[in-house]
Design a binder for this molecule. Structure first.
Ligand code: Q6P
Ligand code: ZN
Length: 702
């Protein structure tokens, strides 16, 4: 498996700038690139990456997306006079040309291709390209929004052509709509069979016909400031109902932000309730990110309030797709403070460092919920994971767009502050805290006859007198069993090491997983204010676990008898328990992730019940996704007999990406209903579970 993170940057791409006065373009400055790179150097991140040289994209590569006439026209720009350049620029919107921009645009596209090459040839696992000019607005025959060539669209076509990559996921988290990318792929695939894997057999003539052009090839997701079409580029087709055309229907996903000021919880809620379920179902072979950071706080274009550390999480949540093959290519980002911070958060996550904790997450705001609900409903016929979502019933949502188009003024748009005042309001935020790596990334507590995986440190069992004396009070039967006592005592001290960040994660094989879990939970330091216990499989969890509300248990099982839910015990009951991959992932993405984010634990204890039935790949996905929480401090408890799980678990705790799941089938109706019912029941306590704006009492108004 490939290791390492590529970084692609060349100073040459800072060498063009706006040569005349144009208020729309003055924010796109060379410093965007240099401050981003310098921040990576200053934080020691650039050094940890594999530096890959840039190259120019060839004509043939540019022509994968652009027309010959357009390329020929751009080719003339280096020889134009200032007046000619101005004139040439005028035919496009919000873009400027410069004698050196053609050269830079070739390097920007070429950088994206170098990145794809490095990842596909397994020189590195993932990477980021810092480029100028950006790309996602540029169209087949037009420059637009600071973009000359569509770097990411070219990279997607290139990956398909050169490496036969079947499914590419493009995630565009820039705050503008990448209409250029949408136009490029919205009717993709062309003339190939749609979704489905069909094998026809004809017994009479002994012929088997294999139809193996399975899935659609490029899935484009974009969220963008929209404000009911008032925000640039003001396109009707940026709304949630542009789902893609003909065979490409369902493969274009637009989430319009109809208000500014969106926060971390709004972004996460869209990832948990739309993007990730669809992305897992799509099962990409490669993930490309249009990594624009104008969606971060302080940006003059986006005017959103998500903090730079959100990008660590957005990145991480995509890193278990496609076996970790992720290429991030810079797009926008105009605040010279939040841009470099966000770039550092992204690259540090690609490098595998522990995730920052996201504190004080609330639920999504009302406007975000409306967009989310509309989008889920517009896409539900195309994606099994969204199939059973409720359609918006509130008439005010579905008709809002029309009323806006007719010029009616919306209540919520009458803000107390005037436009001027609102824009001059300076946003302040803290620089994200450092994310130090623990000296020991993963430790294990294993029986002597079980080998400790490479890279994992075996902790020898030891009786810690202080711990034991406390343990003894609780575990009377174990008092005689010296080995169990030693194991429990070692686990407690392992958690103490995690608390001091001497150890990242731990895994242990124990005789009784529930007892071990109870022990850990009740004897960790009182400073661990929130412990998230995730139990996979059937088995009764003692009800006295709660530790004054400092423990939250979420159990996924097939045992419906455990219906006694409480604020601190959530039981997800699935038909086939943990055996059904799509049902299980539905619960993980739509329930566990949002609850986990809102709870913000200081420690995660992952308990694998005996005979849980969960398969290796799903277990790895779960373990990987749980690294989002508690700065990556996870303790995994498994039953002694299941020592074949040690290797797979350790590999994830050590930072390997989880292997991709098969393209998911639609989950069983019963499972979706169970998850939906639970979500509705719990959304009063856990606001990040909301997916509709009907439940309003908790929705926040930014
Ligand atoms: C926004 C142009 C400026 C209006 C001035 C990859 C990056 C981008 C470009 C945005 C162009 N409007 N108030 O392109 O999406 O950030
Ligand atoms: Zn942008």
């Amino acid at each position: 498996m490939a290791h390492g993170t590529a970084l692609i940057y060349d100073e040459e791409m800072t060498k063009y700038k706006l040569l005349w006065v144009d208020p729309a373009c003055k924010i796109e400055v060379p410093e965007r690139l240099s401050v981003s790179y310098e921040a990576l150097v200053r934080n020691g991140l650039a050094d940890r990456c594999v530096s890959i040289p840039v190259r120019e994209a060839t004509d043939a590569e540019i022509l994968l997306v652009h027309s010959d006439e357009y390329l020929e026209a751009v080719k003339k720009t280096p020889y134009m006079t200032l007046e000619d350049l101005k004139e040439f620029t005028l035919q496009f919107g919000d873009v400027y040309f410069h004698p050196n921009i053609y050269r830079c645009a070739k390097l920007a596209a070429g950088s994206a291709l170098q990145l794809v090459d490095s990842v596909m040839m397994e020189r590195v696992r993932n990477g980021m390209a810092l480029v100028r000019p950006p790309g996602h607005h540029s169209m087949r025959s037009a420059a637009s929004g600071f973009c000359v060539f569509n770097n990411v669209a070219i990279a997607a076509r290139y990956a398909k052509q050169k490496y036969g990559v079947k499914r590419v996921l493009i995630v565009d988290w820039d705050i503008h709509h990448g209409q250029g990318v949408q136009y490029c792929f919205e009717d993709d695939p062309r003339g190939v069979f749609g979704k489905g894997r069909i094998i026809f057999g004809c017994l009479k003539c002994n012929i088997l016909v294999f139809v193996l052009f399975i899935f659609n090839s490029v899935l484009y997701f974009s969220w963008h400031r929209y404000e009911h079409q008032k925000f640039w580029p003001q396109l009707r087709e940026s709304d949630y109902d542009s789902v893609g055309k003909e065979k490409g229907a369902g493969f274009n996903i637009n989430l319009p932000w109809n208000q500014v000021g969106m926060e971390n919880s709004d972004y996460l809620s869209v990832f948990c309730h739309v993007l990730l379920p669809v992305a897992y179902e799509f099962c990409p072979d490669l993930v490309l990110v249009c990594a624009g950071f104008d969606s971060a706080i302080g940006d003059p274009e986006g005017e959103m309030c998500a903090t730079p550390d959100i990008f660590a999480h957005l990145t991480h949540l995509l890193m278990n797709l496609a076996g970790g093959r992720l290429c991030a290519v810079l797009e926008g980002g105009y605040n010279l403070t939040s841009l470099p911070q966000s770039v550092c958060q992204t690259v540090q996550t690609l490098l595998g460092d522990p995730l920052p904790q996201l504190a004080n997450l609330s639920g999504p705001c009302r406007s975000a919920l409306e967009s989310l609900q509309c989008l889920r409903s517009a896409q539900k016929q195309y994606w099994g994971s969204l199939k059973h979502t409720a359609s918006p019933t509130a008439a005010n949502i579905s008709t809002k767009r029309i009323r806006i188009a007719e010029g009616e003024v919306e209540e919520e748009e009458k803000t107390e502050l005037g436009e001027e005042e609102k824009n001059s309001e300076e946003k302040v935020w803290h620089e994200p805290p450092k994310r130090p790596c623990p000296p020991i990334r993963a430790a294990s507590v294993l029986p002597d006859d079980v080998a400790c995986p490479d890279g994992c440190k075996r902790i020898t069992k030891d009786i810690h007198p202080l711990v034991v004396s406390r343990l003894k009070d609780h575990l009377v039967q174990e008092a005689e069993d010296g080995d169990a006592l030693a194991t429990f005592s070692t686990l407690v001290s392992l958690v103490q090491k995690m608390e001091k960040n001497e150890v990242g994660s731990g895994l242990a094989l124990v005789g009784d997983v529930i007892k071990a879990m109870m022990c850990v939970v009740q004897h960790v330091s009182p400073d661990l204010n929130r412990v998230l216990v995730v139990c996979v499989g059937n088995g009764k969890i003692p009800s006295h676990i709660s530790r004054d509300g400092k423990v939250l248990v979420l159990q996924i099982s097939s045992d419906a008898s455990e219906e006694q839910q409480s604020k601190h015990y959530i039981s997800v009951c699935l038909q086939k328990g943990c055996c059904n991959t799509s049902g299980f992932m539905q619960a993980v993405l739509g329930l566990l992730l949002p609850v986990g984010y809102e709870y913000n634990p200081d420690l995660v204890v992952l308990v694998r019940m005996p005979d849980s039935g969960v398969c290796d790949v799903v277990w790895k996905q779960l373990t990987g996704l749980l690294q989002s929480f508690a700065k990556g401090h996870t303790l995994v408890l498994m039953q002694e007999k299941e020592n074949s799980c040690v290797g797979p678990t350790a590999s994830i705790l050590l930072g390997d990406p989880a292997p991709p799941l098969e393209t998911l089938q639609a989950p069983d109706r019963e499972d979706v209903d169970a998850v939906e019912r639970l979500r509705r029941r719990l959304q009063a306590d856990w606001k990040l579970l909301q997916t509709t704006s009907e439940y309003t009492s908790g929705a926040v108004q930014h």
